[in-house]
Write a protein that binds this ligand. Structure first.
Ligand code: PLP
Length: 401
C-alpha cells in the first residue's frame, strides 16, 4: 500500500530530539527561539512566534485584533474547518464566500461582495500551497471605506486585517516574496502531514505596516500564548522568580522537543524537501496532462510558485459518488488518496448554523470531482508511476470511453 502522507523521521531528527531530551530543557526555550529566528530568516519577515498549532495561532491573532460578537470575518467555504472554527470561538460570524474557478482559493470578487461595516478580518487560505491573490486583496481592503474600528489595534491598522491561513504554503512564493510576507500576518501549520512538521505546531509570521512595532508584538504574543505571564519558565531560572500576569492569556506555546524536529526540517527544506515535492508534482502533471479527463491545478507561473503541499486533481464530468468509487478502486490497487476539502457547509457544525452548500456552487463543483494524490519526500519515482497507473486504470473502469 502506498500511504497518503507518512512522516519522514530520519536519524538526524531523532538525534536532535534526543539532544533536547538530554539537555535538561524540554519546553519552550533556546531551540524554540532559534527555530523562530530561522523561520523568519527563511521567509524574509522580521518576527515569527511559534505556537502549539496553526489553529491556536489563528485564534490568538483574532483575539489580539479584538474580534468578537457582532464582528464578521470572511473565510472561503473551501477550507479545513479550523479556518472558520476559530472565528466561532471568538464569538464572531464566519462569512463564507465561494472560491475561484481556476484554482481552489478564495474569490476576491466574492470577498468584495461580502464586505460590510462589520467586516474586521479576511482569512484567505493558500489551498494546497498555492498563494492567493494578495495584491488584489490589499487593493480591496485599502479601497474599502466602511471599516469601523472597535479596538485600539483595529484603530491603529485603520482597515480590514489580512490574516493568511498559510497552513499549506510554507515555502510558496509570489513575485519574489515568500509566504509569511504576502499578508499582514500569516499562520503556518507544522502538523504531522504538512510540508514541514514538528509533529504538532504552528507559527505566526508578522508582516504588519511600520506603525506596528514588530519586536513589541513578538514579546506580546509570547506572553499572550503563555497565560499572559510576563516571564516564561526559562526566564525564571536565573533566580528572578517574580512575574506578573498581564491578562488572562492562552496556553499555546511550542516546546523545544517540537522545535528540534522543526530545526532539522527547516535546515533541508529549501535544498531538499521543496525540490523533491516539486519534482513529484511535475511528474504527476507530465503523466496526466494529456488525458482529457484530467484537470491539473496551477502550481507554477512566471511569478508564482506553490509549496507543492497537495496535488489537487479534478476529474472532468464525474459526480461525487463516482469520485468516491474512484477512491475505492485506487485503494484496491494499493494507493491511498484523499479529498481536500469537504466545503464547510457540508459539515454538520456549519449546516446547523444555516450555511447552505447551494450558495457555494464553485466550491461544491471542485469538491465533487477532487482527489488528492500522495506527495511526500520519501515517495519514489516508481511509486509515482504506480499511483498514475492505478489512477488511469481506475478512471478507465469508471468512465469507459
Ligand atoms: C492543517 C490545517 C489547519 C490547522 O493546522 P493545525 O496546525 O493542525 O492547527 C488550518 N487550516 C488549514 C487549511 C489546514 O489544512
Amino acid at each position: 500500500m502506498i500511504p497518503f502522507s507518512p512522516p519522514h523521521i530520519d536519524q538526524k531528527i531523532i538525534d536532535e530530539v534526543i539532544d533536547t531530551l538530554k539537555s535538561g530543557w524540554i519546553t519552550t526555550g533556546p531551540k524554540t527561539y532559534r527555530f523562530e529566528q530561522e523561520l523568519a530568516r527563511y521567509c524574509g519577515n522580521s518576527h515569527t512566534v511559534c505556537v502549539s498549532s496553526a489553529t491556536a495561532g489563528l485564534e490568538l491573532v483574532l483575539r489580539w485584533f479584538g474580534v468578537g460578537p457582532g464582528d464578521e470575518v470572511i473565510v472561503p467555504a473551501y477550507t479545513y474547518c479550523a479556518t472558520a472554527n476559530v472565528v466561532l470561538h471568538c464569538g464572531a460570524r464566519p462569512v463564507m464566500v465561494d472560491v475561484n474557478l481556476g484554482d481552489f482559493n478564495i474569490s476576491v470578487e466574492a470577498v468584495r461582495k461580502a464586505l460590510t461595516r462589520k467586516t474586521k478580518v479576511i482569512i484567505p487560505v493558500d489551498v494546497g500551497g498555492w498563494p492567493c491573490d494578495y495584491d488584489e486583496l490589499y487593493r480591496l481592503v485599502q479601497e474599502h471605506r466602511d471599516f469601523v474600528p472597535s479596538s485600539p489595534v483595529q484603530e491603529k491598522l485603520g482597515r480590514i486585517l489580512i490574516l493568511a491561513d498559510a497552513a499549506h504554503s510554507f515555502g510558496a512564493r509570489d513575485k519574489g516574496k515568500k509566504a509569511g510576507t504576502l499578508a499582514d500576518i500569516s499562520v503556518f501549520s507544522f502538523h504531522a502531514v504538512k510540508n514541514l512538521t514538528t509533529a504538532e505546531g504552528g507559527a505566526i509570521a508578522f508582516n504588519l505596516p511600520p506603525a506596528f512595532d514588530a519586536e513589541e508584538l513578538y514579546h506580546y504574543f509570547h506572553v499572550f500564548s503563555l497565560h499572559g505571564q510576563t516571564k516564561d519558565a526559562l526566564a525564571k531560572t536565573n533566580g528572578e522568580w517574580r512575574y506578573d500576569v498581564m491578562e488572562a492569556g492562552y496556553k499555546a506555546n511550542m516546546t523545544d522537543l517540537q522545535a528540534s524536529i522543526g530545526l532539522v526540517e527547516l535546515s533541508r527544506y529549501e535544498s531538499d524537501i521543496l525540490p523533491r515535492r516539486r519534482q513529484i508534482v511535475h511528474a504527476y502533471i507530465e503523466a496526466l496532462q494529456s488525458f482529457p479527463w484530467a484537470e491539473i491545478p496551477p502550481v507554477e507561473t512566471a511569478t508564482r510558485q506553490s509549496s507543492f503541499h497537495l496535488f489537487l486533481l479534478r476529474i472532468k464530468n464525474i459526480t461525487e459518488p463516482m469520485r468516491d468509487e474512484l477512491i475505492r478502486s485506487m485503494r484496491q490497487k494499493g494507493v491511498a488518496v484523499n479529498v481536500h476539502f469537504q466545503p464547510l457547509p457540508l459539515l454538520s457544525a456549519y449546516s446547523r448554523l444555516g450555511y447552505r452548500i447551494d450558495d457555494y456552487p464553485v466550491a461544491y463543483h471542485h469538491y465533487e470531482r477532487e482527489i488528492s494524490l500522495p506527495v511526500y519526500y520519501t515517495l519514489t519515482d516508481e511509486q509515482v508511476h504506480t499511483v498514475c497507473d492505478a489512477l488511469i486504470a481506475s478512471v478507465k473502469e469508471l468512465l469507459p470511453a
